[in-house]
Write a protein that binds this ligand. Structure first.
Ligand code: NAP
Length: 242
């Protein structure tokens, strides 16, 4: 852990959380394909060996020290794209959410992005970007998703505050909000029921789930286009209004 994380001059770097699977993995692969050096932070490793991975539980009490040490060593001669993707979804309600569980969700979904920002923004040159992965539930609520809905709304606030605080820096930010995407998170949430997944697919105007690669392409577009600064982008295939 004492080596500097050096790289050839000018090459762009992606730093992403939660790229061991799902949307994060698809995003890291897309950026690797585009020639970025790609660095992942999650507990398990991605299956693609081009992605440099640092095993880390972002909710652990040691996470801040580990992130500070890691970001300190990062030498990125070109612009950095930072994607805050790792998140947890639990079933709970405003009536009964356990305080410790609520804190744990906020720690991963909201506090970890702040810790990484604090350590990385100073190293970001003009042309860099910070992309938050929100959710349809960042701007609306459904029952039984109290902690998740609260955390995703907070992320939109964090993105807007980031946009204002980084004015003039040449760094842009945005929040990409996926709809129902075929990943482990969604499958776990519905108890891996194909029947429920079919119903959920029917909630999009295209009658299907989103592929993780579609969200990855959206994230990449937003990361590479500063005109999107401050935007909340819903990538959900159009949800059927009921
Ligand atoms: N799938 C959807 O329908 C959907 C819809 C709206 C928004 N989203 C958002 O899209 C993003 C990605 O979701 P996904 O569906 O791809 O989820 P996923 O398949 O469950 O992947 C979640 C990622 O987060 C990482 N992670 C979880 N807990 C962690 C921890 N304590 N420390 C470090 N990393 C941790 C996981 O890695 P390890 O397990 O290896 O740690 C994994 O790489 C999330 O922000 C989610 O809220 C998803």
């Amino acid at each position: 852990m004492n080596q500097p994380l050096n790289e050839a001059p000018g090459r762009r770097t992606l730093v992403i959380t939660g790229a061991s699977k799902g949307i994060g993995l698809a995003t890291a692969v897309a950026f690797c394909d585009a020639g970025y050096r790609t660095i992942n932070l999650s507990r398990s490793s991605p299956p693609d060996t081009r992605i440099e991975s640092h095993a880390m539980d972002l909710t652990s009490p040691d996470a801040e020290a580990a992130l500070t040490e890691l970001m300190d060593r990062l030498v990125a001669p070109g612009p950095i794209t930072l994607v805050h993707n790792a998140a947890r979804m639990v079933n709970d309600t405003a009536r009964d959410a356990d305080v410790a569980d609520f804190e744990a969700v906020l720690r991963l979904n909201v506090i970890a992005p702040h810790i990484i920002n604090r350590n990385l923004i100073g190293k970001m040159s003009p042309g860099s970007s910070i992309i938050y992965v929100g959710s349809t539930l960042a701007e609306k609520a459904v029952a039984n998703s109290f902690s998740y809905v609260t955390s995703k709304h907070a992320l939109v606030g964090m993105m807007r505050a980031t946009c204002q605080d980084l004015a003039g820096s040449g760094i842009h930010t945005a929040c990409v909000c996926p709809g129902f995407t075929d990943t482990e998170m969604l499958r776990t949430h519905v108890g891996d029921s194909e029947q429920v997944l079919k119903v959920i697919a029917g909630l999009s105007t295209f009658g299907r789930l989103i592929e993780p690669g579609e969200i990855a392409a959206t994230i990449q577009f937003v990361a590479e286009n500063p005109v999107m600064n401050g935007a909340v982008i819903h990538a959900n295939l159009g949800q059927v209004e009921t």
